[in-house]
Design a protein around this ligand. Structure first.
Ligand code: SAM
Length: 232
């Protein structure tokens, strides 16, 4: 992470990860979430990673002693996660799930911790299409396509006092996330923030983001926000 962060003591290393083409390379958002996870996960805890990508956070939680399930819409991501878990010598149970598809269940199990780094970049297209790389970033005009689905569904798979940890950009409205989580029976708070330089995807759509009023002219950094929400 190259920029100022608040609320995070230290960012633990995520280890060496192999990736199939199109699978998200863990970045500052993944690292920020790992730091929050480090504070939350006790050995033996049951953890669900939603949108696991390379499995960076799932394998990290397994290293902390958790029993981990990981879901993703992308088959490439699931294969990558399975291989990274095997290389690290940990067991992570992987399963395909499209959080945005009504009726796609997350299963009947419940968890102590649900962690998610969903796609959250506002995009000119409302639907990201089928490519793994676009699905890792693009999240509709307001960036909330998957964020809102996580907010609506987390309570169903959390045990009482279980905790959701989710990261997203300040561009897609942390206040909306806090309101939505509270409406679903969770007690949310902003756990950490960090300012990071724009990555290539944001840079490639700066004119569009400015035209939408999502960025001011001259703005050159993005705020990442980690939200912690406990089930009441
Ligand atoms: C930003 S990447 C995060 C990857 C990883 N957790 C990390 O932090 O490095 C978002 C992941 O969410 C997955 N995803 C996108 N839309 C999804 C959906 N509707 N349901 C489940 N997973 C989804 C993508 O395939 C991608 O792997």
């Amino acid at each position: 992470m190259t920029a100022a962060a608040t609320g995070v003591a230290a960012v633990p290393p995520l280890g060496r990860l192999w990736r199939l083409p199109g699978v998200y390379r863990p970045q500052a958002d993944s690292a920020l979430l790992a730091a929050a996870l480090h504070r939350e996960v006790a050995p033996g805890a049951d953890v669900l990673d939603i949108g696991t990508g390379s499995g960076a956070l799932a394998v990290f939680a397994a290293r902390l002693g958790a029993r981990v399930d990981a879901v993703d819409v992308s088959w490439r991501a699931l294969l990558t996660t399975r291989l990274n878990a095997a290389r690290a010598g940990h067991r992570v149970r992987v399963r395909r799930a499209d959080l945005c598809r009504p009726g796609t269940g997350l299963g009947s199990r419940t968890y102590d911790v649900v962690v998610s780094n969903p796609p959250y970049v506002p995009a000119p297209n409302s639907w990201p299409g089928g490519h793994s790389s676009a699905r890792a970033w693009d999240a509709g005009h307001d960036g909330r396509r998957v964020v809102d689905a996580v907010c609506s569904r987390a309570a169903d798979v959390l045990r009482p006092q279980g905790v959701l940890l989710m990261v997203h950009s300040g561009l897609c409205g942390p206040e909306r996330t806090l309101d939505r989580l509270a409406a679903h029976g969770l007690t949310p708070e902003v756990r950490a923030t960090a300012r990071v330089p724009f990555g290539p995807v944001l840079r490639s759509r700066l004119p569009w983001l400015r035209a939408q009023g999502l960025l001011e002219p001259g703005e050159e950094t993005e705020e990442l926000v980690v939200i912690r929400a406990e089930r009441r």
